[in-house]
Design a protein around this ligand. Structure first.
Ligand code: DI6
Ligand code: FE
Length: 410
């Protein structure tokens, strides 16, 4: 039997991009709409007066609540062990993030804890953090590895990321970030580590079918342009997508390199210059903004928002949830930060966590909009206008989530 669901009296914000001319398409509220879902996909939608008589398994009266696409958090480091509260305290006493990293703390302290942790512990931790995102209406989450830095522990992280789909009502996209930091085993020989990533870790992750994208931390405390290019080239040769942590703390040119090689997104980009913005525009690369890390590191260099707008580069917005620079498991808080810190409009913020986040994950043809043919992942909200999602922090705004046309019980 086919599973079907009929939403009635929905106050829809579809995020549909009808034309490229009207930038506001899909953000206008359309009240009193129906959406008919069959086998997890939207098969028909329109105003209530046009709703045909039909025999459905389940009808859900939305009572004029706002219905948006389920939110997509397109950049997280959700799987790890331990926490870095002590480092937070150290930074408040004046030690810089990069200094802590150089002393073997920072990313390395999470690597140590993650290597030692069992899959069960990692899963339990990740589910706890994921529950924060789920409360904010997230239905798709991207999860990166990068706290293992050995073949076994990187694959362990990716397996846990995939297992989240069995233990929570969520869709997961996985990204291999083995090139996150140079592990102690390869101290002073980043080139040798990159060879290991390319010759062993990427092929193993591919044959275990654990990975959708490959990411690199291209930075002074990460990897240089040549090493970044080598990882991307290897990923592409295996048919994987690429994305980058680029221009976060300094300008190395990683964003332009990634874009020219066909990256679907470049993330952070506080130090991106005009030339870099052009490279994104020319190659259809999404600019993913991560205001949580900006806030938490008390960064003052703003990403080139106005330049990105003018070049019509799609901007995504994500939590970057991680223990070191963005321990913020709330995508609605991140939307607020996008508006207050980066001066995004609430419309840009909502696009950033729906249609543009989908584009950053290469799934824009099936998620991130409420549209016939698309997957039926929705968030129902106790608000009447979408700007409210960016405005109020802490009050539970979510009424319910729907995943593949099924009402979630969370
Ligand atoms: N940039 C970040 O902000 C995170 N990774 C990265 O490349 C931080 C990761 C950490 O500090 O644990
Ligand atoms: Fe990150």
């Amino acid at each position: 039997m086919t599973m079907n669901l009929l939403l009635i009296n929905a106050r829809l914000v579809t995020m549909q991009k009808v034309t490229m001319q009207n930038d506001s398409d899909g953000y206008q509220v359309q009240d009193a709409q129906f959406v008919h879902v069959c086998d997890g996909k939207i098969i028909q939608m329109g105003p209530m007066q046009a709703c045909p008589e039909m025999d459905v398994l389940q009808t859900l009266d939305c009572e004029h609540k706002l219905v948006t696409p389920g939110l997509i958090d397109c950049h997280t480091h959700l799987v790890f062990a331990g926490n870095r509260a002590n480092e937070f305290e150290q930074r408040l006493m004046g030690v810089a993030y990069e200094e802590i990293a150089r002393q073997g703390g920072g990313i390395m302290s999470t690597v140590k804890a993650t290597r030692e942790a069992s899959e069960q512990t990692l899963l339990t931790n990740a589910l706890r953090h994921l529950s924060g995102l789920i409360k904010d209406g997230v239905t798709t989450v991207e999860v990166k590895s990068g706290y293992g830095l050995t073949l076994e522990s990187e694959l362990k992280m990716l397996r846990v990321a995939k297992q989240l789909e069995q233990h929570a009502k969520i869709k997961v996209s996985t990204t291999l970030l083995a090139a996150h930091a140079v592990p102690p085993e390869f101290k002073d020989d980043a080139d040798a580590y990159i060879n290991y990533v390319c010759e062993q870790i990427i092929p193993a992750a591919v044959s275990a079918k654990l990975v959708d994208y490959v990411d690199v931390f291209c930075e002074g405390i990460g990897f240089n342009l040549k090493q970044t290019e080598q990882v991307f080239a290897t990923a592409l040769s295996f048919g994987l997508g690429i994305k980058g942590h680029t221009e976060q703390l300094s300008h190395l040119g990683g964003s332009a390199l990634a874009a020219k090689m066909g990256a679907s997104s470049v993330d952070h980009i506080e130090y991106l210059d005009a030339e870099g913005v052009n490279a994104l525009a020319e190659n259809g690369t999404v600019a993913t903004l991560l205001p949580g890390a900006f806030y938490f590191l008390r960064e003052t260099q703003l990403p080139p928002i106005q330049c990105l707008r003018e070049a019509k580069v799609p901007m995504a917005l994500a939590s970057d949830f991680n223990p070191g620079t963005s321990p913020i498991a709330s995508l609605l808080t991140i939307m607020n930060m996008g508006c207050t810190l980066f001066r995004l409009t609430p419309e840009e913020a909502l696009r950033g966590v729906t249609c543009h986040a989908a584009q950053a994950l290469g799934i824009a043809a099936k998620r991130g909009q409420i549209k016939v043919g698309y997957e039926a992942d929705f968030a129902l909200w106790n608000v009447t206008h979408p700007a409210h999602l960016c405005y109020e922090i802490g009050t539970p705004l979510l009424h319910a989530r729907i995943l593949n046309g099924v009402l979630c019980d969370d």
